[in-house]
Design a protein around this ligand. Structure first.
Ligand SMILES: Nc1ncnc2c1ncn2[C@@H]1O[C@H](COP(=O)(O)OP(=O)(O)O)[C@@H](O)[C@H]1O
Ligand SMILES: [Mg+2]
Length: 235
């Protein structure tokens, strides 16, 4: 049993049989295991973010089933889904959504605030935050606010925040989309390294073939279907 399993997942926006209805995903099946990484590429508007939102339990499929760690998400209440999002899934978006009034360290610790922690657990959270920030080269930036960081530094902060609760699955939606080439490469290095060392299941949506090639598998999403991309060419 893989950590993440999708069975014939479909997503329609708008009510069926109305002009507003749009079938974005039509029977997507896939699996992803701990320690595995995959990239999803495809034209703008093909449903990549929709797919990530369903897997991240931010939205529900119209049909089909998504299992995380063996558990079908469709059986869970909104509250249970919120718990799963907090404990099992890390998200990194193109826009990092850091809080401008908080320091880097405080931003990274925000996901830990959703659950009650003992004093010892709070100390362990802070230790993990400090060591992860060190690992991504942000020790000097720990007490700075996001407004003073470069794009690459903000994205690395967002990656650390996504990992603070030790998720098993990291979902990343065009993480390098707003970065220059050097920062994009550094972020790709970081994601690949975390995939290995933290034994994460890593799913990355990207327009960058350079980033996609660093993943174990590359899939193309087009016309509602997900297919292995063979011989994907640059651009
Ligand atoms: N909440 C929504 N309601 C209606 N249509 C949506 C919604 N979200 C996305 N769409 C539509 O679904 C399609 C896929 O969008 P999206 O998943 O964001 O694509 P991508 O991330 O590949 O660019 C687009 O046509 C978009 O306009
Ligand atoms: Mg998108």
């Amino acid at each position: 049993m893989a950590y993440l399993e999708l069975y014939a997942v479909s997503k329609r926006y708008g009510a069926a049989d109305t002009p507003a209805a749009i079938d974005v995903l039509e029977g997507v099946s896939m699996t992803l295991d701990a320690g595995e990484s995959m990239a999803v590429v495809g034209p703008s508007g093909c449903g990549k973010s929709t797919l990530l939102n369903l897997i991240g339990a931010l939205d529900r499929p119209t049909a089909g089933s998504i299992r995380l760690d063996g558990e079908p998400l469709e059986n869970l209440s909104e509250e249970q889904l919120a718990g799963i999002r907090n404990r099992k899934i890390g998200f990194v978006f193109q826009q990092h959504h850091l809080l401008p009034q908080c320091t880097v360290l405080e931003n990274v610790l925000i996901p830990t605030l959703a659950t009650r922690r003992t004093g010892a657990e709070r100390t362990a959270d802070a230790d993990r935050a400090i060591s992860l920030l060190d690992r991504v080269g942000l020790t000097e930036r720990r007490d700075h606010r996001p407004g003073r960081l470069s794009g690459g530094e903000m994205q690395r902060t967002a990656v650390v925040r996504a990992l603070i609760n030790r998720p098993k699955l990291l979902l990343s939606d065009e993480p390098t989309g707003s970065l220059d080439q050097h920062s994009a490469q550094a972020l790709g290095d970081l994601l690949a390294e975390l995939n290995r060392t933290e034994h994460l299941a890593l799913m990355v949506v990207t327009h960058s073939m350079e980033l996609a090639r660093r993943m174990h598998r590359i899939y193309r999403l087009e016309n509602g279907s997900l297919t292995p991309a063979i011989g994907v060419s640059e651009k």
